[in-house]
Write a new protein. Structure first.
Length: 151
């Protein structure tokens, strides 16, 4: 077990190995600050063997849906999700970017049908490192900060 930088949690989720500086973005897109009742912890710029520096987000009383895990993957492709029950890590998995991203991201093309009709946005993953997505409807490609800006 690595050195404990912030308090252990009793029940909930620890999102670990987030690139340094992206922890707040994870909190923001999952709206973790609005989860009622539980403690929310952000450890920013923590030393990590693998990444150099990393962020960690801990959220008590919250378990993530598949869609939420997919959102994390777009920001932090190497993040680890730990499900904690009664102070122990009951489950641990790496996030992964699916082949299609549905209903998560707005298409940046203002003329795209997905911004006008009631259809869920849909992107095909063209590349993973770096991440490059193509809109299923208008074929517009999107990468880098533009992805973060449209989450
Ligand atoms: N953790 C926590 N509360 C607990 C148990 C674990 O906040 N009750 C956190 C740890 O601080 C760590 C993460 O959950 O950030 C994963 O815990 P663990 O698997 O014990 O740590 P490592 O072995 O260092 O994880 P990895 O191998 O994924 O780096």
């Amino acid at each position: 077990m690595s050195e404990l930088k912030v308090t252990a949690i009793k029940e909930g989720t620890v999102i670990d190995h987030i690139p340094a500086g992206k922890g707040l973005k994870v909190i923001e897109i999952l709206r973790l600050n609005r989860v009622n009742g539980g403690v929310l912890l952000l450890a920013a710029n923590v030393s990590s063997g693998k990444l150099g520096r990393k962020d960690i987000v801990k959220v008590e009383g919250k378990f993530l849906s598949e869609e939420e895990v997919n959102k994390i993957a777009l920001i932090a492709p190497n993040a680890t999700v730990n499900i904690v029950r009664d102070y122990r890590v009951a489950e641990k998995f790496r996030v992964s970017i699916p082949d299609e991203i549905v209903g998560i991201l707005r298409c940046p093309n203002p003329n795209c049908v997905s911004n006008h009709e009631y259809v869920r946005s849909r992107f095909h993953v063209e590349g993973r490192e770096p991440l490059k997505l193509r809109c299923h409807y208008c074929e517009r490609t999107i990468e880098g900060d533009e992805i973060l800006g449209n989450l």
